[in-house]
Design a protein around this ligand. Structure first.
Ligand code: 5RP
Length: 230
């Protein structure tokens, strides 16, 4: 099966967790877009939910799909969030932020009773950071100094750019610094230490936030959850 089919398999499977009356966190990315499109058909068939988007891009898709939207201010507790990921390790910890939406994604995941991640099997890794750089959202002010401080964590740091030209700007008007490690040995500690760096708004490590990962693979769907973590 092509990668796109595996993403579709996982993305569409996730809607089975969504029930009438739920407040649903709507993730960002090409895999969860399959969830959003499928959810749109269910909503048009009568499913009553309200969504809270994790990005302006996702808000646009939700509007196209006529999914009713609300805000965290109106509904501070989210029943379930479905989102994608860039890497998932054996403890179901994640790297997120490849699409630059990590800040809103983390706020929404943190305020959710249940978090489900949808990925294709290429995202399952032995250790975080080997294949994918860790995205860190930083304020523009003093970003070159913040970059130097982040390099002290043992990584190469690049300012994210669009088409190699202009800096990428997040939905919160910040920059993204992509931090390339050989591997992240202690993700729990790194998450805390990076967020203690002045200028850092949030980093893309999602530690202990996830309940279930739906993996689309060549053999079909595989589910990883807290019980399967050893
Ligand atoms: C956006 C994210 C995405 O969920 C992540 O990049 C996965 O995206 P895709 O499903 O397109 O590979 O964290 O900030």
């Amino acid at each position: 099966m092509e990668r796109e089919e595996l993403k579709k398999l996982a993305g569409e499977k996730a809607v089975e967790h969504i029930e009438d009356g739920m407040i649903v966190g709507l993730g960002t990315g090409s895999t969860v877009e399959y969830t959003l499109r499928k959810l749109g058909t269910l909503v048009r068939d009568g499913l009553k939910i309200k969504g809270i988007p994790t990005s302006i891009h996702t808000q646009r898709i939700a509007k196209e799909e006529k999914i009713p939207l609300t805000t965290l201010e109106e509904n501070p507790v989210i029943d379930i969030t479905i989102d994608g990921a860039d890497e998932v390790d054996s403890d179901i910890n994640l790297i997120k932020g490849g699409g630059g939406a990590l800040l809103r994604e983390k706020v929404i995941a943190f305020n959710s009773k249940k978090v489900i991640i949808v990925i294709d099997d290429s995202k399952v890794v032995k250790a975080l950071g080997i294949d994918f750089p860790l995205p860190v959202e930083v304020v523009k002010f003093g970003w070159t100094s913040t970059k130097k401080t982040l390099e002290d964590f043992g990584c190469n740091v690049e300012l994210r750019k669009i088409m190699g030209e202009e800096p990428f700007i997040t939905d919160n008007s910040n920059y993204i610094l992509d931090c390339e490690f050989e591997r992240i040995a202690e993700p729990e500690q790194l998450e805390i230490d990076m967020n203690n760096t002045p200028g850092v708004v949030e980093n893309g490590l999602f530690i202990g936030l996830v309940d279930e990962v739906i993996v689309g693979g060549k053999q079909g769907i595989l589910t990883l959850d807290k019980e399967s973590v050893v």
